[in-house]
Design a protein around this ligand. Structure first.
Ligand code: SAM
Length: 303
């Protein structure tokens, strides 16, 4: 077992069960996750499932009953690894209201991971991630051990390790204290309900479930590519309105499905109308068939 940290201040303990423990040496060693581990906000333990086998070949997989291609991860090492912790709540307790633990099986067949699930998991104090390999994991893990199956997207990966790292990263940055300015995580893409604490333009535009607005930094003019004028004029209200408008434009362009789900304000509807009018005006001039080609600077005016 690789133990990254064990500190009495730890707020969330994550145990990852895998047949490739070294896989996690890179992804969890940088930036916010590293700092969160070092400051005790999160403790991450990686467990090698082969350590829970009993035969001399340390066998973790076997052929599928009923025939077919590939190998399946055996149930015994996974059950025994989890049982060795000694303090994981029963499946019933985990599933009950107020449960603070979750045992998650990474699976392409699981519920799709999203920001809402990341926020929910970031409030737990114990998470176990089971990484599958080969054709998958013996179904008894899903039926009797894990309390949920989670997929990181509609595609098939070779193993659950990448998904496990994705989940740990997304959860960790939502734990209070993990990111220097917590308001920044509350304003990000997909974040629906945010109460901000700061003042000024940096905290005047929560995404409200939309995609994030575009960000720019110095230099203001890079090879003739300039940043939108509105961002350098210091008018906080214009900046807020520009950010909302460009967040709406990006969402309409890249993820129109999100617009069906968020509660749009009267201002949002007005800004969306402006965006759509600009889009059809561009289409009429034959300049651009879709929002992808629309220069956001041309539609970001406050009029
Ligand atoms: N036979 C499985 C299927 O068709 O759904 C795919 C097995 S996949 C090759 C091996 C392992 O990778 C899975 O057991 C799971 O742990 C992981 N995995 C694959 N795709 C994933 C995804 N989209 N999200 C999370 N884990 C995934």
């Amino acid at each position: 077992m690789i133990q990254y940290l064990n500190d009495s201040m730890t707020k969330c303990r994550v145990d990852i069960l895998t047949i490739f423990p070294d896989f996690f040496r890179g992804p969890l060693d940088y930036g916010i996750v590293r700092r969160a581990r070092e400051t005790g906000l999160v403790e991450i333990n990686i467990h090698d499932l082969r350590a829970f086998t009993k035969d001399k070949h340390r066998t973790v997989d076997d052929r599928p009953f009923g025939g077919g291609e590939g190998m399946v991860l055996k149930p015994e090492p996974i059950f025994e690894c989890l049982e060795s912790f000694g303090d994981v709540a029963s499946r019933e307790a985990r599933l009950s209201a107020g449960g603070k633990q979750s045992v998650i099986l990474l699976s392409a067949q699981g519920r799709r991971f999203d920001q809402m699930l990341a926020a929910e998991l970031s409030t737990l104090d114990r998470i176990v991630l089971i990484c599958g390999r080969y054709e998958g994991v013996d179904e008894r893990i899903s039926e009797h051990l894990a309390d949920r199956e989670v997929s990181i997207g509609d595609y098939v990966l070779s193993g659950g390790e990448l998904g496990g790292a994705v989940i740990v990263d997304a959860i960790t940055r939502l734990i209070p204290g993990a990111v220097g300015n917590q308001d920044s995580t509350r304003q990000e893409s997909f974040t629906e309900h945010a109460e901000l604490t700061g003042d000024g333009p940096s905290s005047t535009c929560v995404s409200g479930g939309l995609l994030d607005y575009p960000h720019y930094t110095r230099p203001a003019d890079f090879r003739g590519m300039t940043v939108p004028e509105v961002l350098v004029n210091g008018n906080h209200e214009q900046i807020r309105r520009w950010r909302r408008k460009t967040a709406l434009a990006k969402t309409l362009r890249n993820r129109p499905d999100l617009l069906e789900r968020v509660a749009l304000t009267a201002e949002d509807s007005e800004l969306l109308d402006q965006i759509k009018r600009a889009q059809s005006a561009l289409r009429e001039t034959g300049q651009a068939p879709s929002l992808r080609e629309i220069d956001l600077q041309k539609i970001n005016g406050t009029s």
